[in-house]
Write a protein that binds this ligand. Sequence first.
Ligand code: PLP
Length: 455
Amino acid sequence: MAELQHKIVLDESQLPTRWYNLVPDLPSPPPPPLHPGTLQPVGPADLAPLFPDDLIAQEVTGERYVEIPGEVLDVYRLWRPSPLYRAHRLEKALGTPARIYYKYEGVSPAGSHKPNTAVPQAYYNASAGVRRLTTETGAGQWGTALAFACAQFGLDCEVWQVGASYDQKPYRRIAMETYGATVHRSPSELTASGRSIRAGDAHHPGSLGIAISEAVEVAAGDPETRYALGSVLNHVLLHQTVIGEEALLQFAAVGEVPDVIVGCTGGGSNFGGLTFPFLREKLAGRMSPVIQAVEPASCPSLTRGTYAYDFGDTAGMTPLLKMHTLGHDFVPDPIHAGGLRYHGMSPLLSHVYELGLIEALALPQTECFAAGLQFARTEGIIPAPEPTHAVAACIREALACRESGEEKVILTALCGHGHFDMPAYAAYLADEMTDEDVTDERLAPSLDALPTVPA
Ligand SMILES: *Cc1c(COP(=O)(O)O)cnc(C)c1O
């Protein structure tokens, strides 16, 4: 019997040594972030209370490649290069002629792609003499990743965890505390922005936007503290491109070229990280994959949001970002894919979408969890709730191939495992998971409250 190759691995010497910046390869640059007071593009001085100089420089760099520091590569080597898998067993179960590949980021210490950026962010902050990092976390993945990264570089880490997730997932909090972080339920009593929300509802489920406001407020008020964001910003997507660079090498190793690439989008970082190196190849005419972003139907920023300047947080403390947004005070339903509950989208990814270089699709969570179960029962890995969205889209594509007989090569990012997400699987298995029908009336109030920015 022929042996099936499940796993395509690279050796350590093939670990990418530079991150890829898509911006110089685009036909036009993304619109700049604006200062909410002056409505002028923000300068480095505006960002200095929140981020160290090296990360501010990466945020605006026009260089195509950025060298990865040796200290960062040393930590990456704990789990990178990550494996690419061919999903033979899922293909067989689907009866599809398509060939499905997934790049698995669940092998990292935190169980997701998030350490790819947490590690360099902690490194650059520590190098700049910062003592403490604050951040928010939704599903808990980012908080865990930053707690791990801070432990590597001797930084204190303080995390505001979205209330709904804090209540549902005590083990995520304990994982962060195990790495040495301090964790608060958001909205908290510790910040003015938290207190103002709690005044209206002491048991508010929170949102990423609110938790960001709290973490930013604390960082801005202490010169030894900076803030770290796990998605959305250019430097975060830049760091994540190690995923796509490795996947390109792995595809070359098996002599394949993807026809379709699908990934889930919360703030856009695992998606951008996987797809931007492939987009570089596409823009250079070397391949032509269809690239599709998948978001939850209950938080559909790309498919139903407005492309406009909006705040990155709920209290309106961040610069204005031009992005696909549902409005900064939109509070999505407490859906199970906590990492996809963000009102906005990476400005760079939003711009790429506006340029027509990628497509987007919104899926209901029950279809996603059905896909997650099928994946677990065939491939063995229990996906985090977020990438079940990518898996569901991948299955739709593979089933379409079964109808048409096309032998497409499909690539997806399995950006994390779901070992901490058992309450979500429990709800699905008990048949208690429902799909929210997001009406236009539900979206209207926050979309109508977007800040006014003259063209
Ligand atoms: C954080 C997270 C997401 C959403 O964030 P992106 O920036 O869109 O990648 C998706 N999946 C997992 C596993 C996450 O931890």
